[in-house]
Ligand binder design. Structure first.
Ligand code: ATP
Ligand code: MG
Length: 283
């Protein structure tokens, strides 16, 4: 049995839980307990605040965890990072009030910067030999300049909308993060084995992300041209239609590749185009 820590409530919790359920690992969450047992896999889930996950895994309270790389680096615990999850992508950036003129990193010399990530920020400025005054605050970092608590901030950005609405502009992108799967460094062979099995379940689900199963009817003499536009995996599956000279073509393809090619497909005579969702790609 292994114990996996995931975020109880927040930006990583939904995707972490959803991934587990897509891997066939159903967890009884009905009572929102701190601990929940998985039905058909030797797995127990512990729900924690994201800040507490690196510590819980490094001390062995949990054997593994899904947490932002930003928290792993900030907390400086010894952990093994064994898988990048592909979600929770964000960056931590330096931002200033938008009216300030920014000439380069020297701007920060002697200034006060508010952040919840003092370790990452301190390292950034130390490497660049700029002396700044770092103010650690736990939340609402983006309002610090407007209330006179700091000259600038160092905070998480995804689209930048929050910065703009607080009258700030991003000037340096310092740290890029995504959710990672971390493990304790001293696991027993048994637990390592279970973790290996668990992580190998993630891959088929991850491989199918953004992929679709595309079907269309096509004049048979257009198959080759369409295959060069949308090659699919090894090659398309072609099935004859009852009507002579026509076939049905099936391809696994990234959804983002379909849209720009739709008009061309139509002009080549494609009809009855269906896009089906794909659950897992095992190999
Ligand atoms: P907790 O209550 O668990 O301490 P929190 O408020 O500290 O939660 P969240 O805002 O839920 O944290 O973010 C959790 C993690 O999700 C962050 O540490 C980061 O790795 C990632 N993250 C944060 N903001 C974004 C964002 N805007 N887009 C994508 N990922 C983000
Ligand atoms: Mg937190």
């Amino acid at each position: 049995m292994i114990r996996l820590a995931i975020q109880a409530k927040g930006r990583l919790s939904e995707e972490s839980t959803q991934l587990l359920s897509e891997c066939g690992l159903s967890v009884d969450q009905s009572k929102r307990k701190l601990l929940a047992r998985c039905e058909d896999f030797p797995l127990e889930i512990i729900y924690l605040r994201d800040d507490d996950i690196p510590g819980a895994v490094s001390t062995g309270v949990a054997d593994a965890g899904i947490v932002g790389m930003n928290e792993v680096v900030e907390k400086e615990y010894e952990l093994n990072i064994i898988h990048k999850m592909g979600f929770g992508k964000c960056r931590i950036s330096l931002a200033l009030p938008k009216g300030e003129e920014y000439s380069g990193i020297e701007w920060f010399s002697g200034r006060r910067v508010a952040t919840s990530y003092p370790v990452i920020l301190e390292k950034f400025f130390r490497e660049r030999q700029v002396k700044v005054d770092i103010h650690q605050i736990a939340g609402s970092v983006e309002v610090a300049p407007s209330v006179g608590m700091a000259d600038a901030i160092f905070d998480i950005v995804s689209s930048g909308g929050t910065l703009i609405s607080n009258g700030l502009k991003e000037v340096e992108r310092v740290f890029f993060s995504e959710a990672v799967f971390v493990t304790n460094r001293n696991l027993s062979k048994d637990k390592e084995m279970i973790i290996k099995q668990l992580v190998s379940r993630f891959q088929p689900v991850e491989r199918s992300r953004g992929m679709k199963y595309l079907l269309m009817n096509l004049p048979s003499d257009m198959v080759e041209r369409v295959s060069t536009i949308l090659p699919g995996m090894r090659s398309p599956t072609i099935m004859p239609l009852a009507q002579k000279g026509w076939c049905s073509m099936h391809i696994v393809v990234k959804e983002s590749e379909i849209w720009p090619k739709l008009e061309t497909l139509k002009s080549l005579g494609a009809e009855g185009i269906l896009i089906l969702s794909l659950e897992k790609m095992m190999l």
